[in-house]
Design a protein around this ligand. Structure first.
Ligand code: NI
Length: 275
């Protein structure tokens, strides 16, 4: 299979502090390149640093503030944070980070009502999200969006901001919406990201068959949600190969064609200059 690009990994997380080099070497052997995606200021800074450190493997960074961190009960994943510090959103700090030449996108940002349905939390998430949409416009970068159990509000916000969305506007990482949600988002010039979950859950099959191949990006979301046959283990970018194979099966297209097309998608989406 030719080169694959895992557009959404968290290779900078502390989950890889003991063996990051080995994980990146395994990706290289599998012909997988990756983008490092931040989830708050510290992990965004770390994403830039890892992109500087491994420029041939980590093609760039994304910086942003994950909606999970806009909640009061902000779940602090042990894989993610070095320190158990509550962090409030700081648009100035994010803007400074986003101007770094390694930064390709803004995110992950978005809405997540899965863990906390309180109105005050959703209102705070919306405010933080809109500021990041505006930053993406200002810096002419695509958005990497996280959305869970909140597609109605997500699409409403994006529609109300459609006059300031870029082209491409961004990608919905780990897309878990309906076919109608997909249609609305494709109309707004978004791409759809699919990861390991599609290898073991059937509820994504219909929307994957529906989504045009030139608007799909592949991801792992490593260290989370490893694909079959690695399910339950720590995920890593090399495993994006399994996602490509499953996509090929669902689309009835050869894995090679999937690899070529999705890599071309990532290159044009992020404005990359790789072979
Ligand atoms: Ni993620």
């Amino acid at each position: 299979m030719s080169t694959l690009i895992d557009f959404h990994s968290h290779i900078q997380f502390s989950a890889y502090d003991n063996d990051r080099e080995a994980v990146i070497l395994r990706a290289r052997e599998a012909k997988v390149k990756m983008i490092a995606v931040g989830t708050q200021a510290q992990t965004s800074e770390d994403a830039i640093r890892v992109a500087e450190q491994y420029p041939n493997d980590v093609l760039g960074a994304s910086v942003g503030f994950h909606p999970g961190h806009a909640s009061e009960n902000s779940y602090h994943d042990k894989n993610e944070l070095r320190e158990e510090a509550q962090e409030s959103f700081d648009i100035e700090r994010l803007r400074e980070l986003a101007k770094h030449p390694k930064v390709l996108a803004i995110g992950e940002c978005g809405l997540d009502y899965y863990r906390d349905q309180r109105l005050e939390i959703s209102e705070r998430q919306k405010k933080v999200f809109v500021q990041q949409i505006e930053l993406a416009r200002e810096l002419q970068k695509p958005l990497i969006i996280h959305c869970r159990s909140a597609f109605g509000d997500l699409i409403n916000i994006l529609n109300s901001k459609s006059h300031i969305l870029n082209s491409p506007a961004g990608v919905i990482h780990f897309f878990s919406g309906t076919k109608d949600d997909a249609k609305n988002l494709l109309d707004l010039k978004f791409y759809l990201g699919f990861g390991g979950v599609i290898t073991f859950a059937r509820e994504y099959n219909e929307v994957i068959r529906y989504a045009p191949l030139d608007r799909i990006l592949l991801e792992t979301d490593a260290p989370y949600v490893a694909p079959a046959p690695h399910r339950g283990k720590r995920n890593e970018p090399a495993y994006v190969v399994e996602v490509a194979k499953k996509l090929a099966e669902l689309k009835g297209i050869s894995p090679e064609t999937i690899a070529e097309q999705t890599t071309q998608n990532a290159i044009s989406f992020f404005g990359l200059s790789v072979e």
